[in-house]
Design a protein around this ligand. Structure first.
Ligand SMILES: NC(=O)c1ccc[n+]([C@@H]2O[C@H](COP(=O)([O-])OP(=O)(O)OC[C@H]3O[C@@H](n4cnc5c(N)ncnc54)[C@H](O)[C@@H]3O)[C@@H](O)[C@H]2O)c1
Length: 140
């Protein structure tokens, strides 16, 4: 059992988080969209994905899956943090990394012990180094 945080609870983050909970892990999903978080907390799945509702309900009931808008709360005990944030195409068609790197900088300010950060968003080769640099940027 791992303690996992998923940052960004859209199509990718919610499916990822729910499936990790279904396989026995403790998962907190965090999103800045308070309406979406409220909806999920009330037991409703905001997207359609075949059979996701069954897994979603089971893992909330069994207390392996929860939702928050609070990044501190989500990462406090997490051993692994998945970034499932939007990467819309920028003006030149390349992935816009502002959401991913913005959260990485936030994590740099908040993380106090060893954590594995996984880029689950679709990102170009070399992004892991950028995320690492963004996390390391903040003086501890
Ligand atoms: N949807 C797909 O089928 C699919 C398939 C392959 C890859 N991807 C990639 O996965 C990534 C995520 O895509 P998606 O479809 O899940 O996007 P999405 O828009 O459905 O979800 C992104 C979520 O991130 C949240 N968010 C934005 N900023 C945030 C922040 N600072 N802190 C916390 N949450 C924040 C949004 O509120 C939203 O709920 C993108 O890189 C996308 O290209 C998506």
């Amino acid at each position: 059992m791992k303690k996992i945080a998923v940052v960004g609870t859209g199509y990718v983050g919610l499916v990822t988080g729910t499936c990790f909970a279904e396989t026995g892990n403790q998962v907190i999903c965090v999103d800045i969209d308070a309406k979406k978080v409220d909806l999920m907390r009330s037991g409703k799945v905001p997207i359609y994905e075949p059979h996701l509702d069954v897994l979603f309900e089971r893992n909330i009931r069994d207390k392996r899956l929860s939702f928050t808008t609070n990044l501190d709360e989500a990462i406090e005990d997490a051993e692994i943090i998945f970034l499932a944030l939007p990467t819309p195409p920028g003006e030149d068609g390349s992935a816009d990394l502002r959401y991913v790197l913005g959260v990485a900088e936030e994590l740099g300010k908040k993380i106090k012990n060893y954590k594995v950060i996984v880029d689950k968003s679709t990102v170009p080769v070399g992004t892991a180094e950028k995320v690492h640099a963004a996390v390391a940027k903040m003086p501890k």
